[in-house]
Design a binder for this molecule. Structure first.
Ligand code: ADP
Ligand code: ZN
Ligand code: ZN
Length: 761
């Protein structure tokens, strides 16, 4: 009979993050279980602390002293809030992401589940987003906590107080202060349990008869699902262009797995942008599907979670955090569009959902299927190494013609004296398109401020001789960025380089910086085509009340002729009236300064090429570049993934980038320049000392000096970082986190550690 239990605290510092032993009082013996949330006395704390039960014992293990054991105060709810597997997963996450077990468990459970079963939730929102942004930029806010809250609300518009407190690690007092200052207001979030409206009327649908390629994939995955046992990994890479029938494969395998009484988890990059997937799941499986939608009300989320936990719903679909759905008998995990960066969490703990999916697949003996038209190099490499099985769907189901891709050589434009960001060709096509009443999309790199230096007569691009990635300009926090920058920096080794007067390749003096932002593009179109109706989608336009979806919907309703934006616009919707898509500068995509630049450029170009002309009219894609012969541009124009992979993997291997090596980034942020810089230096010294101390282990580790980040200051906070590279991700994790433990960090400086970051700005 259960008499004792181990408990981890929900909110502990790393120092106290271990299992503590408690006695279970008679009254709780029947209901307590692994995964129960409990209140326990702890140390000298006056009130009970919340914790999670991780183990149960009948008798006290020998090493403990009965007299020192305290008793569990109470249970948070009748039933456990997490599963046994989730508890194990939390320990695994601690090892990998260096969070506390409590951090991991708190991340897995929606805050509302932990916020007592109250259906009416107190929530907060900004009173005026414009004012809030100004307040952030003014530098008048000296409290990091207040900044975090405002940033969160800018991103999510509104959130329950519990969610805010948990996500930003602040007390209610901070929220109250902000309310008193007139920055935020409280309100009761309305509670509704309705399905999101777009899903209300979905007609049931039968499965298609699978094509030969689909059948082969279905059989292979399904027979693996039948035989895989916990402790082993069976992973598949389903590679096929958009429209090749991947989703149908997921659905048919899911059907078989379900019929054997097992469960299915499907991850998508973002629910709001993938209405097709949810619609089809519901058409096929009806009430058996739960959608973990980010727009679910707290009550809706609570209900859904409870039903999943009670094992009443066998299929769960959702974005990143759905990877934690408490299903106990998983047979299949699907990660659709596995190349998307949204699977990487940018808040603590910075987990990567694809890794977590892999851990869960192993724990459950479930098969893992990664699907993509343009897989990450490292995922495709896994297949080549035999770590996963490659399945191909080489053809589109219906023969919608691929769009014609045309590469415009910008060197010729410049030679003719056209120095604008638009080639004459593109401007003319744009004008025709609008005249015909059709629509156009213009894409540019997500970071309008990252600038790359190229030679406009030969196409040479300024790169780091050591890291072989493009150099970018440091953004001057105090001024604009016109003209040629004088110095450029490497994101990885932090070396600075002078911009040469002459091109080292061809000797020309036509060196220029590329880096138009969405706003500049909009202005240029207005100038040349004053009658064009333009919609712009970027961080500035989406962070207020106007969400991505609203902008995309407006464009779909043809309220504008041209949509200018970052890669967000290439996703989701099929715009049937779009007949022209353009990538303004392939060089800019290739010059982001990330080692993933080629991969991301290829993905975006292919996506755009695949998207144009989905309707009845034939589409056209224009890619502008001063490097029209770059292998990425050529492979993308041909939509030839294999050709791209063959070249890129050689580069990765030569430079020891993912999957052959790893990068760790420690980022220090603070309001005070000197304090931040000093702390970064101190951190560098700690890392350096550890490398010396553990000699052999870190003999191949490469450490770069503490330096300002490429964007030195955001919202009046200075940003410094220390970059480390190593063959082994585990090595990096240990090294950086040991250094973090040793670092004496002032209160005003925050530290974030990211292994294999997706962005190094
Ligand atoms: P992907 O997920 O690769 O984009 P989908 O599974 O969505 O591909 O398939 C593309 C289109 O073809 C969808 O409209 C789908 O309904 C249809 N489709 C898929 N498989 C079949 C099939 N075997 N027979 C007929 N139509 C199919
Ligand atoms: Zn040149
Ligand atoms: Zn470098």
């Amino acid at each position: 009979m259960t008499r004792y239990c181990q408990v981890v605290l929900a909110n502990a510092t790393r120092h106290f993050d271990r299992e503590w032993t408690y006695r279970v009082p008679e009254s709780l013996i029947a209901s307590i279980d692994v995964g129960s949330a409990v209140y326990v006395p702890f140390g000298t704390r006056k009130t009970s602390s919340r914790g999670f039960v991780t183990q149960l014992f009948d008798t006290l293990p020998e090493q403990y002293d009965e007299r020192k054991i305290r008793e569990v105060d109470s249970l948070f709810s009748e039933r456990p809030v997490v599963t046994e597997e989730q508890v194990r997963l939390a320990f695994e996450m601690k090892r990998r992401y260096y969070c506390t077990v409590g951090d991991a468990l708190n991340t897995m459970v929606p805050p509302t589940v932990l916020a007592v079963g109250d259906r009416r939730v107190k929530a907060a929102r900004l009173i005026d987003t414009e004012e809030a942004m100004e307040l952030l930029d003014s530098g008048d806010l000296r409290s990091m906590k207040q900044v975090r809250v405002i940033e969160l609300l800018l991103e999510h518009e509104e959130a329950s107080c519990v969610e805010i407190r948990q996500a930003t690690d602040v007390s209610q007092g901070v929220l109250n202060t902000l309310a008193k200052k007139g920055v935020i207001e409280f309100f009761q979030r309305t509670v509704s349990r309705d399905l999101p409206e777009e899903l209300e009327e979905v007609e049931p649908a039968e499965a298609f008869e699978a094509t030969e390629d689909q059948s082969r994939a279905i059989e292979e995955i399904d027979s693996a699902a039948l035989t895989t046992a916990p402790g082993t990994l069976r992973e598949f890479m389903l590679h096929g262009v958009t429209g090749s029938g991947k989703t149908e494969v997921y659905l048919q395998v899911a059907d078989r797995v379900l019929s054997r009484g097992q469960q299915v988890l499907i991850l998508v990059p973002e629910i709001a942008l993938t209405p097709q997937m949810t619609r089809r799941l519901i058409a096929r499986f009806g009430e058996r599907v739960a959608i973990l939608h980010s727009r679910l009300t707290p009550a809706g989320r609570y209900e859904t979670w409870q039903r999943i936990l009670a094992q009443e719903i066998p299929i769960v679909v959702g974005a990143r955090s759905a990877v934690f759905a408490p299903l106990k008998n998983l047979g299949l995990i699907v990660v659709d569009e596995e190349q998307e960066s949204s699977y990487k969490a940018e808040m603590k703990p910075r987990y990567y959902a694809v890794d977590v999916a892999r851990m869960r697949a192993i724990m459950n003996g479930a098969v893992l299927v990664l699907g993509s038209a343009t897989p990450q190099i490292s995922s495709y490499w896994r297949a080549h190494q035999g770590l996963s099985t490659l399945l191909r769907l080489p053809e589109r189901i219906s023969d919608v013609g691929m769009a014609d891709v045309e590469v415009v050589d910008m060197r010729a434009e410049y030679a003719r004296g056209n120095l604008s960001i638009f080639s004459e060709r593109l401007m003319r096509e744009l004008s025709y398109t609008i005249d015909r009443g059709e629509q156009a999309m213009i894409l540019l790199n997500r970071r309008g401020f990252s600038r790359t230096v190229v030679c406009r007569s030969c196409g040479w691009q300024m790169r780091c001789p050591f890291c072989d990635i493009a150099l970018t300009s440091h953004r001057n926090p105090y001024g604009g960025q016109t003209g040629l920058p004088s110095r450029m920096v490497c994101h990885l080794c932090e070396r600075l380089a002078r911009v040469p007067k002459q091109c080292p390749e061809c000797g020309s003096e036509e060196i220029m910086a590329l880096g138009a932002g969405t706003q500049q593009v909009e202005e240029e179109i207005r100038k040349q085509l004053p009658h064009a109706r333009i919609l712009r989608m970027d961080l500035d336009t989406t962070r207020g009340r106007f969400s991505h979806k609203e902008i995309l919907d407006a464009f779909e309703r043809r309220e504008a002729d041209v949509l200018v934006g970052t890669q967000m616009i290439a996703k989701g919707h099929d715009f049937h009236n779009v007949t022209l898509s353009a990538i303004l500068s392939a060089d800019q995509l290739l010059g982001t300064g990330e080692f993933r630049a080629s991969e991301q450029a290829f993905q975006l170009m292919t996506q755009v090429a695949g998207r144009a002309g989905r309707g009845l009219k034939k589409g056209r894609v224009i890619i502008q570049a001063v490097q029209p012969d770059h292998f990425v541009v050529r492979a993308a124009a041909q939509q030839d993934y294999e050709a791209f992979y063959r070249e890129e993997i050689v580069f990765r291997k030569r430079m020891e980038y993912l999957p052959f090596g790893h990068i760790g980034m420690a980022q220090l942020k603070g309001f005070d320049l000197y304090e931040t810089e000093d702390t970064a230096r101190e951190f560098y010294r700690e890392v350096s000392a550890l490398i010396g101390q553990y000699g052999g282990t870190f003999s191949r580790t490469v450490l770069s000096e503490a330096s300002p980040a490429p964007i030195e200051r955001i919202r009046s906070r200075y940003r410094y970082r220390v970059m480390v590279r190593d063959e082994s991700a585990e090595n990096l994790t240990r090294l950086l986190f040991m250094a973090a433990d040793r670092l004496k960090r002032p209160k005003g400086v925050s530290l974030v550690i990211d292994i294999d970051p997706w962005t190094t700005f």
